[in-house]
Design a protein around this ligand. Structure first.
Ligand code: ZN
Length: 222
């Protein structure tokens, strides 16, 4: 996927509304961005603005060096985190940071989410790791998150929230939804018994199957 900056701004406006409606964030919390590979920039949501009031004019364009290239508003306070993820993951085109409650409970306990549900594992790529604690907005948190993310598509930030990434905005959004659902199911499963996670081998087979299916579906949809 190669986006133009104007298109990325529109996508972020709609995605912001979807994320707010989904309950994955409350008020002005959380933040989202898209990479514009052709210009080597990132378009990110502004700091402290309600998603329902956001327009394309509020979006901020940032160079990969972290400098504002265009935009009147202050970029999201988690800008460093978004940039660190794009630098370490060339495949990622969209980053969404949420504060969803069940994933938040796992992040507070500093517990990774095991590979327990097929569809979540297929989207995320394996268990969801959790970072060590660092203050929100700090460079340290950005580095910890990018390192913990590795090759999977989601990471829990200790005592804070979730980062979900994808090759498309829709994929990143689905990842955030799957993280929340997996956390909810894991907590419920723990309440009534002992959850059994998929083995590494089962996870590998599942991912291979998913990659094949997803590739075919993508080609089929042109
Ligand atoms: Zn946050």
């Amino acid at each position: 996927m190669s986006l133009a900056a104007d298109k990325a701004k529109e996508i972020l406006v709609h995605l912001g509304q979807k994320v707010a409606e989904s309950g994955l964030v409350i008020g002005t919390w959380g933040n989202l961005s898209c990479r514009v590979a052709r210009d080597n920039v990132v378009v990110i949501t502004p700091s402290g603005l309600d998603y329902r009031r956001m327009t394309t004019r509020d979006m901020v364009i940032i160079g990969m060096d972290g400098r504002v290239a265009e935009g009147e508003r202050k970029p999201s306070t988690e800008l460093a985190l978004h940039l660190a993820v794009y630098r370490s993951r060339p495949d990622v085109q969209c980053v969404i940071h949420t504060h969803s409650p069940y994933a938040g409970a796992m992040a507070v306990n500093r517990m990774p989410i095991p590979a327990i549900l097929e569809d979540a594992v297929a989207m995320i790529g394996g268990p969801v790791p959790v970072t060590q604690y660092a203050f929100s907005g700090s460079q340290r948190l950005a580095e910890l998150a990018a390192a913990a993310l590795g090759r999977v598509n989601a990471v829990l930030l200790a005592n804070h929230g979730v980062v979900g990434v994808g090759r498309t905005p829709d994929e990143a959004f689905q990842v955030c939804q799957q993280v929340e659902r997996a956390a909810q199911v894991y907590i419920l499963a723990r309440a009534i018994g002992t959850p059994v996670a998929l083995t590494d081998e089962e996870t590998a087979v599942l991912l291979e199957h998913y990659t094949k299916e997803y590739g075919q579906r993508e080609r089929g949809e042109g």
